[in-house]
Design a protein around this ligand. Structure first.
Ligand SMILES: Nc1ncnc2c1ncn2[C@@H]1O[C@H](COP(=O)(O)OP(=O)(O)OP(=O)(O)O)[C@@H](O)[C@H]1O
Length: 227
């Protein structure tokens, strides 16, 4: 899967009657790296969920290539996500009873890659991320940094065009955080994927040339600050 342009236009979202989030329009070109910043509660994770097709905004459009993600049926959104998106969740979301290899294979299965091909691709992704020796360990037997690398291996094994990461340095010390960030950026570059990272960590923000600021929802005018 090669990367395509991502367009976000006129997106708002209401969580019940109390919370309405309004987003700046922006475009991420194929293969671009973008950091989404902003205060806690501004709606950064929610925006990542729209892009991943995990959630449909109340109004507006999220378009990836020729796909209007918000207009897809639930089944089509699942298929879009499985084939097009690699998502590294803040808490990794690994299956505790499965080994690292099996966790990566599960993700590949969703993308339609099964059997020996899935095993080979999962092994290759784990090896590329320095986890070849840890493939048969379960998440509980792995360090936090290793778990994060398994989550990254699962996110990239199927060659997604869009790689999304939510607070990828949140659980790591500075040295590990730098390593994780470099890994994310290098992996995205190798894949030719568009990389979008949500973070309020200055380390992450400094590592990205392009930023999109999602403002506090109390402020009516939200602006995109694009370097
Ligand atoms: N399922 C939900 N139901 C109701 N409100 C929600 C739900 N999910 C998020 N919200 C609210 O929407 C707002 C935006 O949440 P979101 O998690 O997207 O923000 P964020 O910028 O990622 O925050 P943080 O930096 O603290 O993780 C918050 O006020 C949050 O409480």
């Amino acid at each position: 899967m090669s990367a395509a342009d991502l367009l976000v236009r006129g997106v708002t979202h209401a969580y019940g009657a109390d919370v309405t989030l309004t987003y700046p329009d922006f475009t991420a070109r194929a293969g671009e790296h973008l950091a989404i910043t902003g205060p806690s509660g501004a709606g950064k994770t929610t925006l990542l969920h729209f892009i991943a097709g995990l959630l449909t905004p109340t109004s507006g459009d999220v378009t990836y290539g020729h796909t209007r993600v918000n207009a897809l049926s639930e089944a089509a959104r699942d298929a879009y996500r499985a084939r097009t998106v690699g998502y590294v969740f803040q808490d990794f979301h690994l299956m505790p009873g499965y080994t690292a290899l099996e966790n990566v294979m599960l993700g590949l299965g969703l993308a339609g890659v099964r059997g020996a091909r899935a095993r080979d691709a999962a092994r290759a992704a784990l090896t590329r991320l320095g986890l070849g020796e840890r493939a048969h360990h379960t998440p509980r037997q792995l360090s936090t940094g290793e778990r994060q690398r398994v989550a990254l291996a699962r996110a990239v094994a199927h060659g997604p065009g869009l790689l999304l990461a939510d607070e990828p340095t949140a659980h790591l010390d500075r040295a590990r955080a730098t390593q994780a960030l470099t890994l994310l950026q290098d992996t995205a570059r190798d894949l030719g994927a568009t990389l979008i990272v949500v973070s309020h960590d200055p380390l992450v923000i400094d590592a990205f040339a392009r930023h999109l600021h999602v403002g506090d929802r109390a402020a009516p005018a939200l602006t995109a600050v694009v370097a």
